[in-house]
Design a protein around this ligand. Structure first.
Ligand code: ZN
Length: 416
């Protein structure tokens, strides 16, 4: 299984599937993503998944049909596995030259194509868990693309494993490979009805053994500040400067936690755009918190700052608009705790220590949760995503395959 897994992974990372930001007139954002999608359809069909196809938007879906007896079939739910074909727009994914560092002995990993790119042992504490493993990196001139071609290779290998082991009984297994995840559009045209499952897993996480079941709650706030513009030579007691009001607002916001001084479960307020002049200014602020109560508090803080600004600058008018972007997927996942419980059990069955993780951002899985498909995220084994120092252990990838197979076994056993 290890060889087949490695061979697949190396085949997929060599195909450039980088997506692009801010492409609005076409989907997916880059045509080249479909090269991998088409290859995956072909490979799924060769494995015997006859319904494998790519739709007009580049989504690949396929079914491994249930091998349960007629009587049991209706009791075992269909389970989905999802990975994304695109790689990050931040770093080139063209001409990736994967390098296998066999039997890693510890220490720094120098990437031969760009000697300034060194994966430092000290800065990568996870490396010490993979001494003796085969570590895969790029040559340092590109990213590797383990995010998320590792997920794809792991799902494909798990499917092959199930086909070679018909004694493992399972319900319908649905596969989806999606485009444009890295630019936030992975679920834009995702046909949930066609996918037809209530429970799914994205295979797009990082460290071995991790299951991600929480995302931030996220909203965006926009302050629109109206000043009064008068010729500065004749402005006494008339001019109200929106630039100064904007500055006041940003300084007030800065009294609260920010991305640059928070981690783990801490939320923040993040002013990230400011533009305008004396007459009118605009400030955009991100609001992030894992708890609904934390979101409410932060909204109140912004409202209070708005009021303070108006009273400190008579004659000004400040508008504040707050819009929700996404919610913590945990709220949804708790509707059926089995979906996360079984994932933790599957990790344990693979001989690993399961670890629940939070995501300080959003995921496609979170969006799917709110579309009605409960979708936590399981590890791929990869590290340093979106960078030239991306690395993954082949043995960790094998554990991800095992976890997928275990999950399928558990769903069958517990539902029969
Ligand atoms: Zn990813």
């Amino acid at each position: 299984m290890r060889d087949a897994l490695l061979e697949r992974f190396l085949r997929y990372v060599k195909i450039d599937t980088q997506s692009r930001e801010e492409v609005e007139d076409k989907f997916p954002s880059t045509e080249k993503q479909k090269e991998l999608s088409k290859l995956l359809v072909k490979e799924l069909r060769e494995l015997g998944l006859e319904d494998a196809e790519m739709d007009e938007y580049g989504y690949v879906m396929a079914t491994l049909p249930s091998n349960l007896s007629e009587g049991e079939r209706s009791k075992v739910p269909a389970i989905g596995f999802i990975a994304h074909v695109d790689t990050s727009p931040e770093v080139s994914g063209k001409d990736v030259k994967p390098i296998i560092h066999r039997n890693y002995r510890g220490g720094d990993i120098v990437l031969p194509g760009a000697p300034d790119q060194v994966i430092k042992f000290e800065e990568n504490p996870a490396l010490k868990d993979h001494i003796g493993d085969d570590i895969i990196t790029s040559d340092g001139t590109t990213l590797l693309g383990a995010d998320d071609k590792a997920g794809i290779a792991e799902i494909m290998t798990a499917i092959e494993y199930l086909l070679n082991h018909p004694e493992i009984k399972h319900g319908d297994i649905r596969i989806a490979f999606t485009p444009d995840e890295e630019v936030g559009n992975g679920t834009k045209y995702f046909d949930k009805e066609k996918f037809g499952v209530k429970y799914a897993y994205t295979v797009d996480g990082e460290s071995i053994g991790e299951i991600e079941n929480e995302t931030f709650n996220a909203s965006g706030a926009v302050f629109t500040i109206h000043g009064i513009n008068v010729h500065p030579g004749y402005a006494k007691n008339k001019l109200v400067n929106a630039v100064k009001i904007a500055s006041f607002i940003v300084q007030e916001i800065d009294k609260y936690p920010a991305p640059e001084n928070t981690e783990k479960r801490e939320g923040y307020l993040h002013p990230y755009v400011i533009e305008g002049g004396v007459e009118k200014c605009m400030i955009k602020v991100l609001i992030r918190d894992f708890e609904t109560s934390g979101m409410k508090e932060k909204e109140k803080i912004l409202n209070d700052i708005k009021k303070d600004a108006e009273s400190k600058f008579p004659g000004s008018k400040v508008e504040l608009e707050i819009k929700e972007s996404y919610k913590n997927m945990k709220i949804k996942l708790e509707e059926d705790p089995r979906v996360v419980e079984y994932a933790l059990e599957a990790v344990k069955m693979a001989g690993l220590e399961p670890k629940l993780q939070i995501i300080r951002g959003g995921t496609d899985g979170a969006k799917l949760c709110f579309m009605g498909v409960l979708t936590p995220n399981i590890f791929t084994g990869g590290h340093n995503f979106h960078s030239k120092q991306e690395w993954i252990s082949l043995q960790a990838m094998e554990k991800a395959v095992e976890t997928i197979v275990n999950l399928i076994k558990i769903w069958t056993e517990k539902s029969k």
